[in-house]
Design a binder for this molecule. Structure first.
Ligand code: PBG
Length: 336
């Protein structure tokens, strides 16, 4: 009995060198995507109240400087969200040639050439008067989000973003057929090489609240449960991802990330040959931030643990407001 136990898993945990040696999951700045809010009509960056340390940037040299800075830290992938000067019933500021996103894309393309991957979030909610992800029509006295009318607008937005220089279009509306419609119209307009990263399994989540505060995109009536997925379902994600792949998606996504790790795992196992992105969303960000500000958790360790968990669950790419910080922290060395 003296030598018992003979099997000792602790052996490989006994010092940091051994732990690093056998660690299965490693974060890499190359796989991170930083979301950036670009707002029309301001000249200085503006703090977002419910997302401490996140700003809305004006489409000017301040934006360029910020991107230059994150690029130096190793973050080369950004996804842009626009906050326009005006909203109307058809989201025309989302596809205007001089729209805020189109101007930002052009500026960034000119400044950085092919040194930054430009991803454009494609949706109507920030640009349309009622804040929904599609066109609202009255049917039998009820207001409905009309799927097929919406597709035409989404296509138009996508083509205008490609025209302005986006490398990747990311449709986030959860309209049926939106990926196919965008692929067809991008091809027809000559943008065959512009990729689609589809928000395939996007859940109707309360964790988007700070984003809606940041982008002024809270719906003025109803909610998004008629098009975004029901948090109670996991296998439905397979149906959504499969459709997006059939329609031409190059990269698929699960959103939110931290609260939907099971869905990430299911999707990765089912479609291992497709790059999978996961979106660590605004509410997930703000919860960590709030706890960190109060001194209740250690921000660096918490963020690295959660982001590693998202990758371990099966995400290849992670969209996170912490991207810049994570890149810094990876260089310092992870605390595990
Ligand atoms: C829609 C869109 C939203 C987010 C990304 N794209 C908002 C929504 O569906 O209400 C949320 C991102 C986040 O919460 O960080 N354009």
């Amino acid at each position: 009995m003296v030598n018992f136990p003979t099997l000792r898993p602790r052996r490989l945990r006994s010092n940091k060198l051994l732990r690093d040696f056998v660690a299965q999951t490693h974060l890499n700045a190359a796989n991170l995507i930083l979301p950036i809010f670009v707002k029309d009509g301001i000249s200085e960056p503006e703090q977002i109240q419910s997302m401490p340390d996140v700003y809305r940037y004006p489409p000017n040299d301040k934006l360029i400087k910020y991107v230059e800075n994150v690029k130096e830290k190793g973050i080369k992938n950004i996804i842009l969200f626009g906050i326009p000067a005006y909203k109307d019933e058809v989201a025309s500021s989302a596809y205007a040639k001089d729209g805020v996103i189109q101007r930002a894309l052009k500026m960034l393309r000119e400044s950085f050439k092919d040194q930054i991957l430009l991803i454009a979030d494609e949706c109507t909610d920030e640009y349309i008067s009622h804040g929904h992800c599609g066109i609202v029509l009255r049917r039998n006295g009820n207001l409905v989000i009309d799927n097929d009318e919406s597709l035409r607008i989404h296509s138009k937005i996508a083509v205008s973003q490609a025209e302005a220089g986006a490398d990747v279009i990311a449709p986030s509306s959860m309209m049926d057929g939106v990926v196919g419609a965008i692929r067809r119209d991008l091809d027809e307009a000559g943008y065959k090489d512009v990729a689609i990263m589809a928000y395939s399994a996007k859940y109707a989540s309360t964790f988007y609240s700070p984003f809606r505060d940041a982008a002024y995109s809270k719906p003025s009536f109803g909610d998004r449960r008629g098009y975004q997925m029901d948090p109670r379902n996991s296998y439905e994600a397979i149906k959504e991802v499969k459709l997006d792949i059939e329609e031409g998606a190059d990269i698929v996504m699960v959103k939110p990330a931290h609260t939907y790790l099971d869905v990430i795992r299911i999707v990765k196992d089912e479609f291992p040959e497709y790059p999978l992105a996961a979106y660590h969303v605004s509410g997930e960000y703000s919860m960590i931030k709030a706890a960190a500000i109060n001194g209740w958790i250690d921000e660096k360790t918490a963020v690295l643990e959660i982001t590693t968990a998202i990758k371990r669950a099966g995400a290849d790419l992670i969209i996170t407001y912490y991207a810049e910080k994570i890149a810094e922290w990876i260089r310092e060395g992870v605390p595990f």
